[in-house]
Design a protein around this ligand. Structure first.
Ligand SMILES: NC(=O)c1ccc[n+]([C@@H]2O[C@H](COP(=O)([O-])OP(=O)(O)OC[C@H]3O[C@@H](n4cnc5c(N)ncnc54)[C@H](O)[C@@H]3O)[C@@H](O)[C@H]2O)c1
Length: 254
């Protein structure tokens, strides 16, 4: 029996990067997974790849939009008859100096990272209330939610907020049988971060105590632990998966 047999999951921002790998591993371990991303092109490719291991469907839309979030949960329940877990993975990283940061950029980061995670959890919790039997929420924080980093102030605020979201909601979700946890990745090599910086793996590997950057597989393995019964007594926690970077707090240019 696979760990996620008969389980239904939604993963946002899963057309590529960390979300893709979480969805991929959930399907390999038996779950039926709905993957979300902005764009059908990127989703079609991902669904095709993941479906070779099991049941994967997609829904395109903005994971920060509350109306869409509710439609996504409805779509999932219509398709599979229920939902067991969500991974609020979609997040945007907007760099910019604090003094010049615009209202528009601020809203963009808040809308996806905080509003999206908050209302996806709300829509999921309402569905669990209806169907009973509990469930799991996994949020995506960041190392930057723990330590200061120049030109990422709005992003840092959202990622610290997500840690508190996981902690705070223990009070209202535990009675519904819902566990809620978060992962805080450190520097992790994805399609996006590879474009952010030449030699991304070397620049960030050098300042990471374990002397390597993270991979989507590192994050996905932790995600599956937190979504599975192996962590049945863990809720309200954020787990750093960062090779020790937060403990030393060294910046790449230092
Ligand atoms: N990669 C890292 O180093 C790192 C470090 C710390 C935290 N994180 C967090 O992990 C999560 C995933 O990171 P990643 O690097 O894989 O992300 P990414 O930037 O590569 O994005 C993954 C996918 O999300 C999609 N996406 C973007 N906006 C969306 C929206 N509004 N609605 C739906 N989908 C959308 C993108 O099209 C992309 O396919 C994010 O929340 C990010 O903040 C990543």
């Amino acid at each position: 029996m696979k760990r996620f047999e008969n389980k239904v999951a939604v993963v946002t921002g899963a057309g590529s990067g960390i979300g893709y790998e979480i969805a991929n591993q959930l399907v390999k371990e038996g779950a039926s997974v709905i993957i979300n991303d902005l764009d059908d092109n990127i989703l079609n490719n991902a669904v095709q790849n993941i479906s070779t291991f099991g049941n994967c469907t997609s829904i395109a839309g903005d994971a920060g939009n509350v109306k869409f979030i509710y439609e996504m949960i409805d779509f999932t329940v219509k398709k599979f008859g229920k939902i067991d877990m969500i991974v609020a993975n979609a997040g945007i990283t907007l760099f910019g100096s604090f003094l010049d940061f615009t209202e528009e950029s601020f809203q963009k980061v808040m809308n996806l990272n905080l509003q999206g995670s908050f209302f996806l959890t709300q829509a999921f919790a309402k569905q669990i209330q209806k169907q009973q039997g509990g469930g799991q929420v996994l949020l995506m924080s960041s190392n930057i939610g723990y330590q200061a980093y120049p030109n990422l102030s709005a992003y840092a605020v959202t990622k610290a907020g997500i840690k508190m979201m996981a902690r705070n909601l223990v009070a209202e979700l535990s009675p519904l049988g819902i566990r809620i946890n978060a992962i805080a990745p450190g520097a992790t090599l994805t399609e996006r971060t590879a474009l952010e910086e030449e030699n991304y793996d070397q620049v960030w590997g050098r300042i990471t105590p374990l002397n390597q950057i993270g991979t989507p597989d590192d994050i996905a393995k932790t995600a599956l632990f937190l979504l599975s019964d192996d962590s049945r007594h863990i809720t309200g926690q954020t787990i750093l998966v960062d090779g020790g970077w937060e403990a030393t707090g060294i910046l790449p240019k230092a």
